[in-house]
Design a protein around this ligand. Structure first.
Ligand SMILES: [Zn+2]
Length: 431
């Protein structure tokens, strides 16, 4: 995927309109060369630790990763920090106040302000790429364009804009309500017109609802196979990828069968608690379909709504053991799940016994592949965007290191995260 430019491959789509001036000044490039030095650099697509190393950044891109030598003049010495690729959150809702109503009652201007603040909070937490999987209006793509064109400093955004759901269904407060194939086709084309990068479809109901209504339950599919295929095929026809919110087993099956690109949640929700269909899980693993289980601060504290903690963790472990490609994504925006808590999702992966090198991969290399941007970001490799995170400690030995960002760079620009910055109190305070 190109770093900027055409979105969805349609001339005249909003993504091609230069909303915020000349893209030549875009991407907040500082220009020139910056050399960063660190005791450890987790380098390359295999995330190999390289000791006493430098990363050379030229015009926003990584141009070299090598052992530190006398020929290097280090501009930013990160001391004993560990330098890892900037992290990726593959499932968020930026235009939310993280309050009990999930941003569902705020006017557009306030939603936009929350989106800006949340994007910048992600950056300070070391998250340099975010996939926004559902928000009202075109808040997501407008913010993406503002960031791409240098109006604001923020993470790289891939956005879905409005979600596709059924009348009264999950996410309808930020969605398009579609009840037949024609409406679904129209909805995808509308998203192309709006400048979306991804299509987000609700394959099932959910657990967080502004107003719970009939048909909005997590335990059964909202669309049949013909309808889901319409969404996926139409998205692919326009060069977009499609992600499906899937709680129940049957919803997962419909989305998978239709050829969905990423399965969100994949909880196998059922009453009284979630039960995996291992044959279906094996098929998902075999095809290599990416799963974003939306691990976050809920898992190890209050628990997830589809299973008691031990069962939820055992199910996640089983997905991992059966070879499913798991991707980090927090569902930021649901009540209390703020950008500052990003590391909690990685802690969940560590809790199920995933080796810490693979935990890092869920948030970097594998996430970039899932999002179709492995040629742009996701590892410290020459040619890729200079998206970097310096951590106090060693994340390959201690998952808590993710809670200690020391420096963040996005597209070659150093992010101010100094002692003057204090995180805003999380969620709930808006009205
Ligand atoms: Zn979500």
């Amino acid at each position: 995927m190109a770093e900027a430019g055409a979105r969805g491959g349609i001339d005249g789509s909003k993504g091609n309109v230069r909303l915020f001036g000349d893209p030549v000044s875009s991407v907040a490039v500082t220009g020139g060369r910056t050399v960063l030095g660190a005791r450890t650099v987790v380098a390359g697509p295999d995330l190999e630790p390289m000791h006493d190393a430098v990363v050379v950044v030229d015009d926003g891109r990584i141009s070299a990763v090598e052992r530190r030598g006398p020929e290097h003049t280090v501009d930013i010495d990160l001391g004993d920090a560990t330098l890892v690729p900037g992290l990726i959150d593959a499932h968020v809702h930026l235009a939310s106040d993280c309050g009990p109503r999930f941003g569902g009652v705020l006017e557009e201007s306030r939603l936009l302000l929350h989106a800006v603040a949340n994007a910048q909070r992600f950056l300070r937490a070391g998250v340099t790429t975010v996939r926004d999987l559902g928000g009202p209006f075109t808040v997501g793509s407008d913010l993406r364009d503002a960031i791409d064109h240098g109006l604001l400093l923020g993470p790289r955004l891939l956005v879905a804009n409005r979600v596709i759901t059924v009348t009264g269904g999950h996410g309808h407060h930020m969605g398009m309500e579609c009840d037949d194939v024609g409406a679904l086709r129209h909805a995808v084309r509308q998203l192309v017109k709006d400048g979306s990068d991804w299509v987000k479809v609700m394959a099932s109901g959910g657990f967080v609802n502004v107003r719970r209504s009939e048909g909005d339950a997590p335990y059964f599919p909202l669309f049949d196979l013909t309808e889901m295929r319409t969404v996926v095929d139409e998205a692919h026809r326009y060069g977009m990828r499609a992600a499906a919110h899937c709680q129940s087993r049957d919803a997962i099956a419909v989305a998978f069968e239709a050829g969905i690109d990423t399965i969100e949640h994949c909880s196998f929700a059922a009453k009284p608690h979630a039960v995996l269909d291992e044959d279906l899980v094996r098929a998902i693993a075999e095809r290599g379909t990416f799963v974003v289980p939306t691990t976050n601060n809920y898992w190890l504290t209050v628990g997830v709504p589809w299973a008691p903690k031990d069962i939820a963790l055992a199910n996640l472990r089983r997905l991992y053991d059966l070879g499913v490609r798991l991707v980090a994504g927090t569902d930021m925006g649901i009540p209390t799940t703020t950008p500052d808590l990003y590391a909690e999702g990685l802690r969940v992966f560590a809790e199920i016994g995933m080796p810490l090198g693979e935990v890092l991969a869920t948030a970097t290399t594998v996430a970039a592949e899932a999002l179709g941007i492995a040629d742009v970001t996701g590892s410290i490799t020459p040619g890729l965007s200079a998206d970097l995170l310096a951590l106090d400690g060693d994340p390959l030995a201690d998952v808590e290191a993710y809670t200690r960002p020391r420096a963040v760079m996005v597209r070659g620009t150093l992010v101010p995260i100094g002692p003057g910055w204090q995180p805003a109190p999380g969620g709930g305070g808006d009205r």
